[in-house]
Design a protein around this ligand. Sequence first.
Ligand SMILES: [Fe+2]
Length: 283
Amino acid sequence: MTTRLQELPHLGVGLGFREQLAEQILSRAHEIDWLELITDNFIRRTPAFLIRAEQLRQRFRLIPHGLEMSVGSSGPLDEEYLRDVADFVDAVRAPWFSDHLCFTREGNIELGSLIPIDRTFSSAVEVARKAQHVQEVAGRPFLLENITYYVEVQSDLEEAQFISAVLDNCECGLLLDVTNLWINSINHGFDPRKFLDAIPADRVVQVHVAGGYVTDEGRMIDSHSYPVPDEVWQLLADLSQRTDLRGVLLERDGNFPPDFGVIMAELESARTAVGWEKVRKDR
Ligand SMILES: [Fe+2]
């Protein structure tokens, strides 16, 4: 039977593993509570990638975070991909795993980006059915992450209502990307705290935080390449008052600061925002 969300361990504050940061991450392993691995960078690769994952697993709790489950596609799930993801989740002994509330594939066409789902009640039910199946095949909690979207989609439901409808129809959890929420609230003109009021906070297991930039047209872009803005830390602090979060994860994908201490300082800012001590690792 799949573990209930309320029984999941508290992992603390972690960092998205990127190969360019591997050396620094390993040298400061005692200061980083856990790592998130991009699932697709490890599955369907040479055995060297699994050896790398095992090397990391000996030092950190690992959470696989995927890009291609595409629970929002109109067709069926890719069962072979799901099986490969489930095997990887198993191999790294992850307490949970995640992917995005979106679609990345239509038929046999790979779309190459995260595309928002039409927010209707029937699509919410269909997404929930697929997410539940993913969770059951992997035998552990599966979290869906809210994405950024830059154009409005066909919608009968507000984004928070859509997310709530998905969660109402499955037992999966939510990976709330607080930066995505903040960016969407600016680009689409809504109050992020009303969004937090509208979703079931007890389903939020993990969060992402990252930093983006503003374009010349005044649009916020979620690039994962700048420091986390103060508004995001405040939203995170607000969210942590509403529920018992199990993990906070800093995503940094580019524009890496020459001094790794800058990234480590952001992990400390995350700890401050949620009021957590550093997790003691017995490994
Ligand atoms: Fe994210």
